[in-house]
Design a protein. Structure first.
Length: 90
């Protein structure tokens, strides 16, 4: 199974929505809460770039982006393949 990591912060509605979609897809993910461990914020910036918003989602080696990008992949029919470890069709 493809490793999924999602960087979140408390009170973030977009974080909640992204986790909800992943849960509906039965995708197992690791939540990295920056409030619980501030080192996660620096790790997120290193991976996604400074100025990044929450959440930041990584599926395998793919940086998906945030909640809007995750839902866009799902609407385009590409999320399931990415979650299965396949390269999402272009």
């Amino acid at each position: 199974m493809t490793a999924i990591e999602i960087y979140t912060r408390p009170g973030c509605g977009y974080c909640t929505a992204a986790k909800s979609l992943l849960t509906r897809k039965n995708a197992v993910f690791t939540e990295l809460n920056v409030a619980a461990d501030p080192a996660h914020r620096e790790q997120m910036y290193d991976r996604a770039g400074h100025g990044s918003t929450f959440p930041q989602i990584f599926i395998g080696t793919t940086h998906v982006g945030g909640c809007d990008e995750l839902y866009a992949l799902d609407r385009a029919g590409k999320l399931d393949a990415l979650l299965a470890g396949e390269k999402a069709p272009s």
